[in-house]
Design a protein. Sequence first.
Length: 378
Amino acid sequence: MTVPVRPDARRNATPYLYGREAAAVARVLESGQYGHSDVTEQFERRVANWLGVPEAVSVSSGTAALHAAFLAAGVGPGDEVVVPSMTFCATIQAILATGATPRFVDIDPDTLCVTGDLLMEAVTDATAAVAPVLFGGRAVDLSSVQGEFDRRGIVVVEDAAHAFGSRDGSRPVGAGGTALTCFSFGPIKNLTCGQGGMVIPRSPQEAERLRRLRLLGVVQSQNERADITTYHVDSFGLRYQLSSINAAIGLAQLDRFATTERVRRRLWRAYRQALAQVDGVTLVDVDVDRAVPHLCQVRVPRRDEVFAELRARGIGVGVHYPPNHRQPAFAAWRRSLPATERAGAEILSLPFHQHLTRDDIDHVASELERALKTTGGS
């Protein structure tokens, strides 16, 4: 049977461009300066000003941001990092890249995020850092346990890949000053650079460590090296700079971020309304009044059957994410995480991107209701 579908309901998430990105990239191409340049540093300053923080250090990806942040915090071999299993595998790979090991922790089933209490329960004498994941864009409030982390010398590295623009109470995520906050500016993030990332440091010294890490341990900046005959490498480093081509896209996106915030919240609320009368569906709460949603997720019975039925009907659903503690690469650190395992069997990501209309959302909700009836899930 052929089922008619709306074009935007069936498409997977794609970047939403406002129209000035191509011209911004063209100006960089014409300049001939494609690496880390004044455009990159302008993007860093603009993000720092937008967040209300002294400094922001750009890198080549969200994964690079996490890796650099862990290294800047001194995480290394023999250390443990407490991290939720419910995250993209990049979070875990960044931990392993430092020589440390993950200690997986369970989640709050209502939010798919960790809590301060859950993190504290998982802390051991080997814990050097905790890595809360701001799943779907929802902030994680650790104020109740931050004092204990400080007392134990445990660093907080926030995986805020989903959460650029979200707020933690009255402050933007990244502006709290108690965590190294890592953003991703990948293709379908709330703000895209095409590819890129950012670390918000806690101090000028941490910012300086991050800048050397991203530039192969070289002491002098690119501008300083232009006027000297040598340079100095005084530490380990990687080639993690953000290209000016990517930074130009980010600058164009940042100019329109107020629109991004408004539209993404409106689309998420439209889903909440459309799904309210659909039996068998639980919408995962992202705290939409403070978050800039990155995902719209539901929990459904018979998830795999519902997934297959919706894909057959042309609806671009996905799963974010298969729990990492069940992945073969991370089997050595497997623990019993009952809430994560239940969520991993039930979560379903609905199409969520700025190309959607209210009609698209109503169509997805209707098809989801049909799929649940077909599979016996409602």
